[in-house]
Design a binder for this molecule. Structure first.
Ligand SMILES: *Cc1c(COP(=O)(O)O)cnc(C)c1O
Length: 400
């Protein structure tokens, strides 16, 4: 007996029988074949597919160099190293992001300074960044939140005025464009992640793109123990000698992963178009509800890694209830993000900062992320729309 008069959380029939996750990888048979082929080959790491993936990726985003890393977080660490961050320096970033953007600053022994976000698209507010610039500031780490490019020209201007390096965390934005150019070739360094929920996946993996030869050299060195030459090149020329000139790490991405990444690039454009279609469907089919969406900049095309919504109206004070009710309907909602300064590590380091970030706090209190990934079916999209409509309308009118 189907009972749609009650929410699932009150014992009614859920909209779906199986949980729809908020994100999921798209792996096809050609992706699998590409990985099997590399497993049968001579090189399973630091072989020909690493360079091939890097070249193809650099071309895709219009950058001179792409340097692969074992994760997006390792790539951020590489970017923080190449930017020259050291103890005593400061880097400014947004608090509404994954903690890796702040952690990469700490890895270098430098200090994290947060700047509040804009209410319209939840990207870092350039005016707030500028307000926090000091004589110690060396870098700005801006996130293209949800896949909407940050104010990249504004950031570049600010960086030029104060002599800063711009690290763009483009982990949400592979395929986005800004003023007609793809994200990845615009900032000093752009960082991507290939975690399974991202636009393309290598299992774990990441990339830094840059047009600067010196930054690229630095990135390659850090990801390979701080050694200034490539093991495959040494094998080819028959030399043993190498020098470790900086304290680096093993952050290399394998040929197995790069074969998958290369293969994923084949269907990346189709996957992106599907993400954009689903986002447009949400924008129009949920428009009647008291919700706010992330605004799209008029001169940018967002890549929509996630689709965050903010509750407005009466339901705005009931985010946790709305979250639980949507989960009960088997809609895999999430929250992006818990503000970074709220994590115990940063609270211990920086104290209680909630009062200093009113826009971030207001967003955090009312936001949830609804499912968005390229292999979602039209029925999946219908289920999300049905469940969000049912639950938000209920809490809009529910007694406290
Ligand atoms: C995914 C992500 C990262 C980290 O990437 P990993 O590959 O998971 O290490 C960093 N920043 C943002 C904004 C992300 O979404």
């Amino acid at each position: 007996m189907s009972d749609t008069s009650r929410l699932a959380i009150h014992g009614g029939q859920p909209v779906r029988t199986q949980l729809l996750p908020y994100g999921h990888q798209h792996i096809d048979d050609d992706d699998i074949d590409a990985v099997v082929e590399v497993l049968r080959s001579d090189w399973i790491t630091t072989g020909p597919r690493v360079g091939a993936f890097e070249e193809a990726f650099a071309e895709r985003v219009g950058a001179r160099h792409a340097v692969s890393f074992s994760s997006g977080t390792a790539a951020l660490h590489g970017a923080a190293f190449a930017a020259g961050l050291k103890p005593g320096d400061e880097a400014i970033t947004t608090p509404l992001t994954f903690c890796a953007d702040a952690n990469c600053v700490r890895y270098m022994g430098a200090d994290v300074v947060f700047a509040d976000i804009r209410a319209d698209n939840l990207n870092v507010d350039i005016g707030e960044v500028e307000r926090h610039v000091s004589s110690k500031t060396r870098a700005v780490i801006a996130v293209d939140f949800a896949g909407n490019p940050a104010d990249l020209d504004g950031l570049r201007g600010l960086a030029a005025r104060h002599g800063l390096v711009v690290i763009e965390d483009a982990c949400h934005a592979f395929g986005a464009t800004y003023r007609g150019r793809p994200v990845g070739g615009i900032s000093d360094m752009s960082v991507f992640s290939f975690h399974p929920v991202k636009h393309i996946t290598t299992g774990e993996g990441g990339m830094v793109t840059t047009n600067d030869d010196e930054l690229a050299r630095s990135l390659r060195m850090l990801r390979n123990h701080g050694i200034d030459s490539d093991p495959r090149h040494r094998a080819e020329v028959g030399q043993f000698f190498y020098e470790m000139v900086e304290l680096g790490y093993n952050y290399r991405l394998t040929d197995i992963a790069c074969a998958l990444g290369l293969s994923q690039l084949r269907h990346a454009a189709g996957d992106l178009a599907r993400r954009q279609d689903i986002a447009r469907a949400y924008q129009s089919r949920l428009a009647h509800l008291p919700l706010e969406f992330c605004a799209e900049a008029p001169d940018a095309t967002p890549a929509w890694h996630i689709f965050p919504i903010r509750l407005a109206g009466n339901a705005a004070v009931r985010r946790d209830a709305v979250f639980a009710a949507l989960r009960a309907e088997n809609i895999g909602v999430n929250v992006h993000y818990i503000p970074v300064y709220r994590h115990p590590y940063y609270r211990k380091l920086l104290g209680d900062l909630e009062d200093k970030f009113p826009v971030t706090e207001a967003a955090y209190a009312t936001m949830l992320t609804i499912p968005l990934f390229p292999t979602m079916t039209d029925t999946d999209v219908d289920d999300v729309v049905t469940a969000v409509d049912r639950v938000v309308r209920y809490y809009e009118h529910a007694p406290e």
